[in-house]
Design a protein around this ligand. Structure first.
Ligand SMILES: Cc1cc2nc3c(=O)[nH]c(=O)nc-3n(C[C@H](O)[C@H](O)[C@H](O)COP(=O)(O)OP(=O)(O)OC[C@H]3O[C@@H](n4cnc5c(N)ncnc54)[C@H](O)[C@@H]3O)c2cc1C
Length: 406
């Protein structure tokens, strides 16, 4: 049986030059490479990954997808992103286990309901299915929710978003990596970029850990939690804080939860995987760091929050817990830029805990940016210039916000 094992992507020899080098074998890097090859015929592309494909957030996330963000620039991008999954599965002929179960975000006060009302209105204005529901309707959607006033923060209602759901992160990663490789993109694991060479304000080459110099006119910084370090190599300081974020999975249970439920107030979200496990995550650690260790503080918090919201979970055992890094910008919107301030140096980072759902659609437009040198309209609001121009995104006003500052 093992003899029949086939590699999903080809092994190849690292060349000394490419049309484009992508730093980071996460979903954003791989998606961009795939669309560069597919949409622009740019196949002389190398993805350089310091560890293995999915070592970063791409292999550690809880794979929740939705398009009910707060601001119009985000709504547009995430809506297109959500609609892309079925098309992508079809064109790649790869089952990414898209489970369109819908998302329910809870509110625990009148103020919380007002904030959700505004968010629902923004989504509806942009043609995105989202509705405000009261506590009784929350219970109808998720019968195991406790809507009594026993809770420290009783449930007042919620925002219901039927088009959202979950996927299987590894399948997404492997499917797109396979597609990119089939189109000629090279994937080099255990290949760390250590420095960039810039001449006359133009990217010229990257240098790897084992001293190899790779010439290229285009470099994409898609290094997730490590993107600020890559930007430093180009002399650019990114307004990104890196915060550890943890997740857990319970023992498998009979089906009881067929929506993603989240609460900003309880700092917790949960859904039940197709295998029956409760997949749950929460807020980030409130201090910056590059550790991916898990903490007892987090496990305790998660157990308390979930059993309060869904008392039927008392006594259920957690099986696995893990940590990853969230690259957070001050306005909870990503940084997407290119040819500024250095020609040929592109940036796609700052996704915090939103970078899974946004990856294929951003990759599609990032590929256009890199192939043509012109930033597509949909990506323009995410330029780094917004920080210098005091035009921060309003996404921090979203009630679905588990930032370290709330
Ligand atoms: C616990 C957790 C839960 C999450 N849940 C969700 C969710 O439900 N929905 C959602 O949308 N998002 C979620 N996220 C966020 C999401 O996972 C990330 O935003 C996303 O994976 C970022 O993708 P990326 O491609 O930008 O970076 P990554 O996937 O982090 O990839 C970056 C890669 O760059 C590599 N690298 C770094 N430095 C170098 C170097 N010098 N040379 C070569 N390679 C280098 C790293 O090894 C890494 O593999 C979650 C994240 C975590 C940690």
């Amino acid at each position: 049986m093992f003899g029949k094992y086939k590699r999903l992507w080809k092994k190849s020899r690292l060349k000394s030059s490419y049309d484009a080098v992508i730093i980071g074998g996460g979903l954003h890097g791989i998606s961009t490479a795939y669309f560069l090859a597919k949409n622009y015929g740019m196949t002389d592309v190398a993805i350089l990954e310091k560890r293995y494909i999915g070592f970063g957030g791409a292999g550690r996330n809880t794979a929740i997808v939705r398009a009910n963000q707060r601001t119009k620039e985000n709504l547009r991008l995430y809506d297109e992103g959500l609609k892309l999954w079925p098309k992508l599965m079809q064109e790649l002929d790869f089952n990414m286990l898209f489970f369109n179960c819908g998302n329910l975000n809870l509110a625990h006060s009148e103020a919380g309901m007002s904030a959700l009302r505004l968010q629902v209105a923004s989504a509806q204005f942009h043609g995105i299915q989202s509705e405000l529901v009261n506590a009784k309707q929350c219970k109808e959607l998720v019968p195991v929710l406790d809507i009594s006033d026993r809770l420290a923060f009783p449930i007042f209602g919620g925002m219901y978003h039927p088009p959202g759901g979950t996927l299987r992160p590894e399948s997404v990663l492997w499917g797109i990596a396979k597609g990119a490789s089939q189109k000629g993109v090279q994937i080099h694991q255990e290949t760390e970029v250590k420095s960039l060479e810039i001449k006359n304000n133009k990217v010229v080459s990257v240098k790897t850990g084992d001293g190899k110099k790779i010439h290229t006119p285009r470099v994409l910084n898609a290094a997730g939690g490590y993107s600020a370090l890559i930007a430093n190599m180009a002399g650019i300081r990114l307004p990104v804080d890196v915060l550890p974020i943890q997740a857990m999975v319970s023992q498998p249970l009979k089906p009881f939860l067929d929506h993603v439920v989240s609460s900003g107030v309880y700092h917790a979200y949960a859904n039940q995987s197709l295998k029956g496990e409760v997949v749950t995550g929460s807020h980030m650690d409130p201090w910056p760091g590059y550790t991916t260790q898990v903490t007892a503080r987090y496990i305790k918090h998660q157990a308390e929050a979930l059993t309060e919201l869904m008392p039927c979970l008392r006594g259920v055992k957690f099986m696995r817990t893990w940590g990853g890094l969230a690259d957070m910008t001050p306005d909870m919107a990503p940084i997407i830029d290119g040819n500024h301030p250095i020609d040929g140096f592109y940036i796609d980072c700052g996704w915090g805990y939103f970078g899974f759902k946004s990856a294929p659609v951003t990759g599609k437009y990032m590929a256009k940016f890199m192939a043509t040198g012109k930033c597509p309209e949909i990506l323009k609001p995410f330029t780094m210039k917004r920080f210098a121009q005091h035009r921060l995104s309003g996404e921090t006003a979203s009630p679905v916000n588990y930032g370290p500052w709330n």
